[in-house]
Design a protein around this ligand. Structure first.
Ligand code: FAD
Length: 470
């Protein structure tokens, strides 16, 4: 069990509260979304200025117009799609890494539909004008037309990436296999670039269009190169992080204490997570997300890790001195999103790390914060002793709910009363409707908690949930 003396950071007493934060956040989101839509409108305007559907007189010219328009819109959406997972702070800060990833997933199929429509429209159009069947036309395109071989390869890769993202395929793949396939989307975009500039009739030889597309490509490429590659590498070499201490917290969780140079410059806030990479020959290419389980401080970073699979099993017994890389911070499960004086922190199982860190660093008066911690077994609950100590020192209310759940539809334990969750929640946190609620735990459990909070009158923008899922 944890032998470290409990040293707590001093909470920031000047934390800003109030609904204005929500207003500012929503306006910032509106601006980002307006820019994204404006880029789609811009490419349609380019298409219209360039003749649009004016030249449509028969099927081949109609197919040509469809091919050009779908190419322009599809490529623009593809750039947005890639930016959403580039881990760029100006997106993640306003949406959160999880919402940005969700938007990326939702955009995947429409992007593919546009690109496939572009491909089919071009293929059929050439097939009609060349009076050849589609197979012969495809062979002609690949072998005789400049940059078409790479364009077709790009389309094939894109289809592969989208198919492996569909739920049925994802369930069958390990995270790592899925991740490697996804890296191919960068290759797909690069392979498609030559044909866009050499044969794209709306771009080649059109200065305004060319400037727009070159700027868009460079902007996306620079964001990806800087935030996904260069910055993380600078961090790795600049901080030389190592495992300083490994502390068993329960039968299946372990805390890793990391130390390194410039730890105070890593930034981050309680509730945020980092991608952790063990820098050994067999593991350096795998990065897993873990939340800070202690507030950021100048001495160490701490992650508390549950044994859930191959790599987390390995981390339970990792040797002190092993070099690791941390990439982050990410996520908006932080006090920055808090608007109310009162806060309810709710965790289940291995959802406790970010909740424990938030409890440490949240500004509060005694009684402002309530913690509800759902555990299997009180004797074997990760970080429980620390949570109890924080609650005692800071004057928080703490409810530990051990044992099996009350019913299949309940997120609470069986306390022998048969009282519904909502009634029990009202006793534990009577002011919940005027509170911010932070929830971290398994997906289905989180959904049940969110539903209880909503029924208890907590507005959606005050419910903050972090799910440990990809
Ligand atoms: C934002 C976030 C914060 C997290 N914080 C913590 C934490 O503080 N403590 C903790 O113990 N766990 C945390 N997790 C979960 C942790 O990342 C996974 O348990 C871990 O990656 C599993 O790796 P594995 O190889 O041991 O398991 P696997 O056998 O590969 O998978 C076990 C489970 O983990 C999921 N998983 C695997 N790799 C990843 C990945 N790279 N990203 C997301 N999910 C993955 C799988 O879908 C599966 O459900 C967090 C996850 C996310 C998304």
């Amino acid at each position: 069990m944890n032998q470290q003396p409990l040293q707590l950071v001093t909470p920031n007493p000047r934390v800003r509260l109030g609904q204005r934060k929500v207003f500012v956040l929503k306006r910032a989101q509106d601006v980002i979304e307006a820019i994204a839509w404006a880029s789609v409108v811009a490419v349609v305007v380019f298409f219209l200025i360039d003749g649009g559907i004016k030249g449509v007189t028969d099927l081949p010219t109609a197919l040509n117009a469809i091919s050009r328009l779908t190419a322009l819109v599809g490529t623009d959406l593809l750039m947005i799609h890639m930016l959403l997972v580039a881990r760029v702070p100006w997106i993640d800060k306003f949406y959160g890494h999880d919402k940005a990833t969700l938007a990326h997933k939702k955009l995947g199929k429409p992007v593919l539909y546009f690109i496939v429509a572009h491909f089919l429209a071009s293929l059929i159009q050439f097939s009609i004008t060349n009076s050849q069947n589609v197979i012969a036309t495809l062979v002609w395109l690949i072998t005789d037309v400049q940059d078409m071989l790479t364009a077709v390869a790009a389309l094939t890769l894109m289809i592969l990436v989208v198919v492996t993202s569909l739920n049925f395929a994802r369930r069958k793949m390990s995270y790592e296999a899925w991740f490697i396939v996804h890296l191919m989307s960068y290759a797909a975009v690069l392979l498609a670039v030559p044909h866009i500039f050499s044969t794209g009739s709306d771009i080649a030889g059109k200065p305004a269009s060319t400037i727009f597309w070159v700027t868009l490509y460079l902007f996306v490429a620079l964001n990806i190169v800087w935030y996904r590659a260069a910055k993380p590498l600078i961090r790795i070499f600049g901080s030389s992080m190592k495992i300083a201490n490994v502390v068993r917290e329960s039968s299946d969780t372990t805390s890793l204490y990391l130390r390194g140079k410039n730890i105070d410059k890593l930034g981050g806030a309680s509730g945020q997570f980092y991608f952790l990479r063990v820098l050994t020959p067999r593991r350096w290419f795998k990065a897993h997300p873990f939340s800070l389980s202690a507030a950021p401080n100048n001495h160490y970073m701490r992650f508390t890790i549950g044994n859930r699979g191959d790599d987390t099993a390995f981390l339970q017994t990792i040797k002190p001195g092993t070099r690791v890389a941390v990439e982050g911070p990410f996520g908006v499960f932080t006090e920055e999103r808090r608007t109310q004086e009162k806060v309810v922190l709710i965790a289940s199982g291995i959802g406790i790390p970010p909740i424990r860190a938030l409890a440490e660093s949240m500004a509060s008066r005694p009684g402002d914060i309530t913690i509800i911690y759902r555990v299997r077994d009180e004797e074997d609950a990760s970080l429980l002793a620390e949570v109890r100590e924080i609650a005692r020192i800071r004057g928080f209310r703490l409810y530990v709910l051990p044992g099996p759940r009350a019913s299949l539809k309940s997120w609470m334990n069986n306390d022998g009363t048969n009282n519904p969750d909502l009634a029990r929640l009202a006793v534990m946190a009577p002011w919940i409707s005027e509170s911010d609620v932070y929830i971290c735990g398994p997906q289905i459990w989180t959904e049940l908690v969110v539903s209880s909070c909503t029924r208890a009158g907590v507005p959606a923008d005050r419910i903050h949930a972090e799910e440990f899922a990809w």
